[in-house]
Design a protein around this ligand. Sequence first.
Ligand SMILES: NC(=O)c1ccc[n+]([C@@H]2O[C@H](COP(=O)([O-])OP(=O)(O)OC[C@H]3O[C@@H](n4cnc5c(N)ncnc54)[C@H](OP(=O)(O)O)[C@@H]3O)[C@@H](O)[C@H]2O)c1
Length: 318
Amino acid sequence: MITKQMKIGTGFGAHSTADDALAGTDLTGTTALVTGGYSGLGLVTTRALARAGAHVVVPARRPATAEQALHDIPRTEVYALDLAELESVRAFSERFLETGRPLDILINGAGLMACPELRVGAGWEAHFAINHLGHFALTHHLRPAFAPAGARVVSVASSGHFLSDIRWDDIHFHTGYDRWLAYAQSKTANALFALHLDTLGADSGLHAFAVHPGSILTPLQRHIPREEWLVQGWVTPDGKPADGFKSPEQGAATAVWAATSPLLDSHGGAYCQDCDIAAPAATDDMLIGGVKPWATDPEAASRLWELSSRLTGMNAFR
Ligand SMILES: NC(=O)c1ccc[n+]([C@@H]2O[C@H](COP(=O)([O-])OP(=O)(O)OC[C@H]3O[C@@H](n4cnc5c(N)ncnc54)[C@H](OP(=O)(O)O)[C@@H]3O)[C@@H](O)[C@H]2O)c1
C-alpha cells in the first residue's frame, strides 16, 4: 500500500518528545533494535523505548562506548556492528538470529554526515554505503526474525534529502566528491528504502516508514568546523541552537512514534516528520521540511532496491 503524503492530524507536533509519543504505550515483551542507539538521537530513542518496556538491542561500531552510554538503561544489550563492512553486518545478524528473539521494531538510525571523502567496501562512497547499503543488508539478514504480528522498520532519513535525488549516473562520486550531496543522496536512499520495503513486506504484516527527526545539534555535526555552524545557521552567535532546532528528546519523537503508533497501522512507506505523515515540501527550506517528490517515487524506490540488492548480494524479500 502506498500512503499519500498528507498530514493525518495526530495530536503531536514539532515540540513533542519521544516520551510524549510513547505515553500510554506498553512495549513490555517486545524487542527493538536501534542502530546508532548509543549517541545523539539514537541514545534518546533507546532510553524511551526501554522506559516503555521494550528490550532494546544496540549494535555498535564502538561497543565499549555504547556499554558506557547505556549503563543506566535497563533491558539494553550491546553487540558489535560496523555498517561499513558487510561481513560485520552478517556476523552481527547471525548472533542476533541465534538468540531466537522475534524482532518487533527495527530503527535504522545510525549514520554519518558530511565527512571527508571516504571509500568503504568495494570502493563505495561512505554515506551511501553506511547510511543506506549497510542498513539494506542488515534489514535483509534480519528478515527471519521479524515478528509475524506487524513488525515495523523505521529508516531515519532527513530533510537533507532536499539537496539530491539518487545520482544514478555517479552514485559513488567518481567525477568529484561533494560531502553535502553525498549525505543528501544517502538520505533520499533511506526514504526510498522504506517505501519499497513496505511494498514488499506488507503481505507479511511488515510496515516501514522513513522519518525526518528535525534539526538537532548532536555528534552528527562532528565533521563540520564550529565556524561553519554559524554560517549554516545552526547556532546563534552565542553558540545556542538556532530557532527551529529541536532538543534530542524532540528529535527522537518521530522515530518512536512511527515505530509504534496505531495511527499508522493502515499506512505504509510514508515519510514522516513531527510525529505525523509529512506533506509534500512546499519550499526548499529544510527547517520547514516536508518531502520532495524524488524521495517518494515508487519507480525510483524499486530501481534503488534492485541496485542495492546487486551491490550487497541480498534479496531476502523476493
Ligand atoms: N541531528 C540532526 O539534526 C539530524 C537531522 C536529520 C537526520 N538525522 C539523522 O539521524 C540519525 C542519527 O543522527 P544523530 O544526530 O543522532 O547523530 P550521532 O549522534 O552522530 O549518531 C550517529 C550514530 O551512527 C553510528 N555510526 C556511524 N557510522 C557507523 C558505522 N559505520 N557502523 C555503525 N554505526 C555507525 C555512530 O556511531 P559512532 O558514534 O561510534 O561513530 C552513532 O552512534 C542519522 O541517520 C542522521 O542522518 C539527524
